[in-house]
Design a protein around this ligand. Sequence first.
Ligand code: ZN
Ligand code: ZN
Length: 280
Amino acid sequence: MTPELWVETHSYLRPVAELCAQVDGAAAGIGVPDARIPDWEDYRADFLAGAPLLSSADAAVDLEPGGRMAAALIERLAAGTSSGSLAAEALALATELRREPHVSRRIADFLLGDETVTLPFPGLLRYVGWTAMARFLRPVVHGFASWRDEERWLRRYCPTCGSLPAMAQLAGVDPGRKRLLSCGCCGTRWQFKRTGCPFCETDAQRIASVTIEGEPGLRIDHCESCAGYLKTYVGEGQETVLLCDWSSLHLDLIAHDRGLKKLAASLYEFEPRATSGAVV
Ligand SMILES: [Zn+2]
Ligand SMILES: [Zn+2]
């Protein structure tokens, strides 16, 4: 399965697919500075206490080069021939950012959720910024996954960046089947309990599932306690397409029509009536 094949059978996703392809294409042309891999033992105490890696002073991952990549990506999109409103919005954002002192540091703080940092076009900046930052962080995310004992985390937020999940995945077969949560920002996947809601922690939570006709690999799991839902990829091997969030924006529409709440941390916003999948 490729994004192109997916869009052939889900033509209403074409606008969002094209936007993602433009941003990913521009990002691929930007050099990736080396990220310093933390000394994992320095971070162990914070990890056991539930502090995400990127907010740990002991792990001391410097995100400033990733912020610099994000600023470079915005400039590239602003200068490019991207279609639709992307080039115009990227140009307006780039113009504003050129006036900001310490812009790469501020972008990094903004992406990590520092609410004291206000920057223009926050939706576009979050989407484009995380596209760049995730590329910068890839070796760190990879090294962290090798070191981390999943059984010692099992928390509802991302062990790397602290975001709530964008989606979930059921991987493997019973009795060893695992439920992973997937971060839409930094790309980390981490293990979570099989039958729990990542959005509320009441004892009353019950998870129900909605299967989608014609989409055997996808379903909507929702909590009968808080009405939050999580799109879930059932299977392995098609993560690139089926865990990327934009490829299942039609499930968000189904969930919306059922009165369920989007509590997942998504970089994509959609208009309930426009299935063309307006983003950011
Ligand atoms: Zn994350
Ligand atoms: Zn819940």
